[in-house]
Design a binder for this molecule. Structure first.
Ligand SMILES: [Zn+2]
Length: 581
């Protein structure tokens, strides 16, 4: 007997055997038992998920001569003929090759006659979206009033190409991709029935390749079974599918995240030497980093990932070694690399370049951690200054604190907007902050109760400065601080100035400082001038600022800086602080 491909051998002969699609199957069976089957049905979904299979099952059930309405007997003449593919009352039409108006006219002529043997004539049009507009129009009238002895079943992979006039006359069934676990279980059942020994890992590789399509998976199984016989090793599967073993991606991801360029190139060379497809490799590597990101941000990543427990454990372990920001950056660098690869005459170089960029990018540290480190550094500078430069120093100094440079953050300035001197000052601001830090600041004193916000604001800033160094210069950016009942209202000129303070942990800290200092449990409220155009800053001025920002964002220097650092412009500060000399 000739070899029957698995897809035909395992084609479901009744509804219980359908893999996946439980919701659609239940609806169809209900329609059959209640005798409420629509005369025009449309099955949509990606290839190989069971559209024509379900249409044939419906045909069988409708014309079956015995048994339950939703359980075709597979024994009567009609069932046997449909299974064999020679039922006279079942017309299967391929929409791709019979797409013209002439074919539809012939079809319409044909359905005028009663079925030859069965109860109904059943017309299945596969890939129905391929029909011409005229053909659809010719069909429309029939669909409006279908003869009682005719059922139309359409199948399509491209639902959006079906005219709305047709859609509205059909009962629609959308078929989903079959879930990974269900596919793998199905393949395991087939392997068992075919007496083929194959590992779970290998079945999962095939399941992943199938991407939710039963037919695709079965044709892969066919290839693998005929390649490996009754004993199939994981290597066989890797070879037949042209896969790169997933462990390679694990090793590569580890090397990338460890900034080990030499290691990356070695691993890459190994797989390249083994003859992998470059595009495929880049795609799968991207998929791996996507999995890492998902594992990082989701508490139950398995919902989104088609992975075995073992693979998931490896993914989680690697994801734990890097920050979310780092994983995101690697993902976007690799994405860029693989896109460049598509258009490059030297795709291998493009991908290697992406490795170079990624290993050089290093790890991204969240801003909060950086601030913590900055504080540590500043405190360190303080104690160093105290112990070496000014070993003797009064415990309480009466000297006024020197004003801090207004803006300690590092900014990108356009070359045209600042005089040279100002630029140097700005560049040094972070350093000068540390220097100022070593100088005399009133060492705090237990705050008396009932202080007024306005009057003692500067003192408060000093108080904060001793406790959370970075917060003080930010508070100094505050244009006005005042008390409004239980609220401590801080007014800022620029929303980006107070963004950091608004972060949950920082806000909590600030409120705690305010409670300690003012002896009042304030709720800190931020007001930004830009958000309330009525308070200062006329329309023209606001417009001018916008224009200036746009110019700055497009400035070549800024663009070069963002390119070099692989970053993006987060906020642009303009206005008196950066323009005044
Ligand atoms: Zn039957």
């Amino acid at each position: 007997m000739s070899y029957l491909v698995l897809a035909r051998k395992w084609r479901p002969q009744n509804f219980d055997e359908v893999v996946g699609q439980q919701a659609v199957v239940r609806t169809l069976r209900n329609a059959l038992t209640r005798n409420r089957v629509a005369h025009a049905m449309l099955f949509s979904g990606v290839r190989g998920v069971g559209k024509t299979t379900l249409a044939r099952l419906m045909a069988k059930a409708l014309n079956c001569q015995q048994g339950e309405p939703d359980v075709p007997c597979n024994q009567c003449e009609s069932c046997v003929e449909i299974t064999a593919g020679n039922a006279i009352d079942l017309h299967e039409i391929d929409g791709a090759s019979n797409r013209g108006i002439q074919e539809i006219r012939e079809l319409k002529e044909n359905i005028r006659f009663f079925p030859a043997k069965g109860r109904y004539k059943i017309i299945i049009i596969d890939e129905v979206h391929m029909l011409t507009t005229e053909a659809f129009n010719a069909l429309l009238k029939t669909l409006e009033e279908p003869p009682a002895h005719v059922y139309f079943m359409f199948a399509t992979t491209e639902l959006h190409k079906i005219p709305i006039t047709i859609l509205s006359r059909c009962q629609r069934y959308e078929l989903k991709r079959v879930p990974f676990a269900e596919l793998v279980a199905f393949f395991a059942r087939i392997a068992g029935a075919e007496n083929v020994s194959i590992s779970q890992h290998a079945l999962e590789m095939i399941g992943r390749e199938a991407e939710g399509s039963v037919r695709d998976g079965l044709s892969l199984l066919d290839q693998i079974f005929s390649f490996g016989g009754e004993e199939i090793s994981d290597e066989d599967v890797v070879q037949v599918l042209g896969l790169v073993d997933r462990r390679i991606y694990e090793d590569l991801a580890r090397a990338l995240l460890a900034s080990d360029l030499a290691g990356c190139l070695d691993i890459f060379e190994q797989s390249h030497g083994a003859g992998m497809d470059l595009k495929r490799f880049a795609n799968d590597l991207l998929g791996f980093f996507r999995a890492l990101l998902i594992a990082k941000v989701k508490t139950s990543p398995e919902e989104l990932l088609d992975l075995s427990d073992q693979e998931l454990a490896a993914i989680k372990e690697i994801a734990a070694s890097a920050s979310q920001e780092t994983l995101y950056q690697y993902f976007s660098l690799l994405l860029k690399g693989s896109e460049e690869m598509q258009y490059s005459s030297r795709p291998r170089l493009a991908l290697e370049m992406a490795f170079v960029r990624a290993t050089q990018a290093g790890h991204i540290v969240p801003a909060a951690t950086l601030l913590g480190r900055l504080d540590e550094l500043l405190t360190g500078a303080d104690s160093l200054a105290q112990s070496t430069v000014r070993p003797v120093r009064p415990a309480i100094s009466t000297a006024e604190p020197e004003p801090l440079p207004p803006n300690p953050s590092i900014s990108v300035y356009s070359s045209g907007t600042l005089p040279e001197q100002k630029k140097n000052e700005t560049a040094n601001s972070a350093i000068s902050l540390a220097e100022h830090g070593g100088q005399s600041i009133p060492v705090s004193i237990a705050p008396p109760s009932g202080r007024e916000v306005k009057k003692h604001w500067d003192e408060f800033v000093g108080y904060v400065k001793e406790r959370k160094r970075w917060m003080a210069p930010v508070l100094q950016l505050c244009a006005m601080a005042r008390e409004e009942g239980n609220e401590l209202v801080l007014k800022f000129d620029d929303p980006s100035d107070c963004k950091l303070l608004q972060e949950h942990d920082n806000l909590k800290l600030l409120q705690a400082f305010a409670l300690d200092f003012f002896q009042h449990d304030f709720r800190v409220v931020f007001k930004v001038r830009g958000a309330q155009p009525t308070e200062g800053g006329g329309g023209d001025e606001a417009e001018a600022v916008l224009v200036e920002r746009r110019v700055l964002a497009n400035d070549p220097v800024v663009q070069m800086a963002t390119e070099i650092f692989g970053g993006q412009v987060g906020s642009i500060r303009t206005g008196p602080r950066s323009r005044e000399v």
